[in-house]
Ligand binder design. Sequence first.
Ligand code: 9D3
Length: 239
Amino acid sequence: MVNFHVLTLFPEMVMQGLHTSILGRAVERQHISIEAVNIRDYTTDKHGKVDDYTYGGGAGMLMQAQPVYDAWLSVAERTASKARVIYVTPQGQTFHQEMAKEFAKEEDLIFLCGHYEGIDERVLEEIVTDYVSIGDYVLTGGELPAMVMIDAVARLVPGVLHNDESAATESFHNDLLEYPQYSRPEVWRDKRVPEILLSGNHAKVDEWRLAQSIERTRQRRPDLYEKWETRHFQQEFTQ
Ligand code: 9D3
């Protein structure tokens, strides 16, 4: 069970996006829970304002510390005090699968989504434990990155996936891209399904698929291929 809490100015976006398909089913079956906390609900400003100009000048507005801190407090009061707070920001470490595996071990995860030019540094120093980005391109806010991370973490929580869609078991194959796959018909626009796949020889099929994975990775993702090769030869010469 992982409880995801998202601090955001756009709670509907998060809730709509994360309750469809597999994650919707996982919420119903109580393998995960997802809550979006509207930061605006916690402002003490009588007009509902959550942003203001930056000290020192410069373009744009900044999210103020008070509503962010009080939104966080409302969650922190209900969770273990040490719950990680992930600030999704272009200035963070780039999210990757190993990080998803680590996050999947936590009971509660609090995602903080920024808007405008960012958030007052003082509240970040107080509450944030992890600064994480999803890659080097510019988006309009942190909601989509938070949703991407939640999707990647949630599918690793036991019970979320069915057995046949289960997160692949650990092996050196994990550093390789998947092999090409085919379904009916046997011939489509004069293109035949590779003969080996119709042979019924499972050992030969496995061998062919591995060779395809290796070649595809070498061509499309030379960076991954190098990683796999290193691991492959390490495994061969240890034991
Ligand atoms: C317009 C403000 N920019 C100043 C040069 C900085 C900026 C702040 C906030 C740019 C984009 C955003 C909104 N993006 C995110 O909050 C974000 C993000 C992203 O844009 N790309 C990849 N990962 C992430 S995680 C959060």
